[in-house]
Design a protein. Sequence first.
Length: 422
Amino acid sequence: MAKLQAVRGMHDILMHDTPRWQFLEETIQTILSQYSYQEIRLPIVEKTELFKRSIGDNTDIVSKEMYSFDDRNDSSLTLRPEGTAGCVRAGIEHGLFHNQTQRLWYSGPMFRHERPQKGRQRQFHQIGVEAFGFNGPDIDAEQILMCSRIWQALNLSDISLEINSLGTTESRSEYRTILVDYFSSHKNQLDEDSLVRLEQNPLRILDSKNPDMKSLIMGAPTLDEHLDTESADHFAGLKEILDGADIKYTVNPRLVRGLDYYGKTVFEWISNQLGAQGTVCAGGRYDGLVEHHGASSTPAVGFAIGLERLMELASFVNMPETTPHVYLLISGEKSVKPGLLLAEQLRNQLPNIRILSHCGGGSFKSQFKKADKSGAQLALILGEDELDNNQLTVKYLRSDKPQTTVKWSELTNFLSTSLQFN
């Protein structure tokens, strides 16, 4: 029989790692709450057409990377490759955008059929943030400031911000013509992917990671030279706020987004500690996407944080402790029920206490080995002798203090003064 294994590029997150994930997620969610963003929970599966319309048929995601399948009704469904399209669908379906503004966030797994490597998996996790109904650069700035606060909370220092403006649809169309002329005149230097992009989405050539094309891309005309007045003013307003907040950034005129729906502001937070997959957070404006799906025009801006990449960078020095304070040893059939009820009573009286109750029987020797391995500060021993005398034996597992006994009636006070709760 073949060995059972997870699907390639889709990994289990085991017990010793989940506390770090919880800490990371709770830290970010606390900051999102400070800015009054509200959580929305979205399906993992959506209709395939949603992503084709939102992301664009000529993107790598739609053409190469989506996990799509036909269900029993012959409807084509797709495991979500990103969260914005589903969030827009939910907002339109439930009437969240009509004469309203919304600040929303969501989290969970995304799926793309890519070659697995460090920082890039086929099932990966994101926290996404979206704001709808806001026209000005102030909301763009707010989201960048929010990101900066998250990095500070996680003690990230080696992370830098790049920003750019992609202009309006009209200015991008004019720039597209200029870019096609430039790359067409150097067609013999384009790799296979770039030749395809030249026909379908030439701006994506600027996003190529092929080092052989670096000098060609650096010589390409830039969009800022052809930016419309509206977008230029919006971008200037964003930079003014960031300067006032002392947020350091680099204007990267070759920064584009891989999805068709972006326009005006785009930004990325990048670390040089992650190798080729250095983007930790990316986002920007997508003012035309809601209207593209048949609803009223609604300005929008958002970003997504890749949690796997953030896990590589985050500091976990202030992470909450998960080790049990107390290991309760139970010996003898008569002691099982009183022992478990005692543990419940202690949890009621000391809400911060973490008690690991031994279950499944076994000798005292084997129970002590498990108690020591658990990392608990104290072992509470409840055998039949202790039960008859209404007391527990206390053994200190992390110090040389002598073993002692404590009456049941005094146990809560004893633990509250003896343990270090954290």
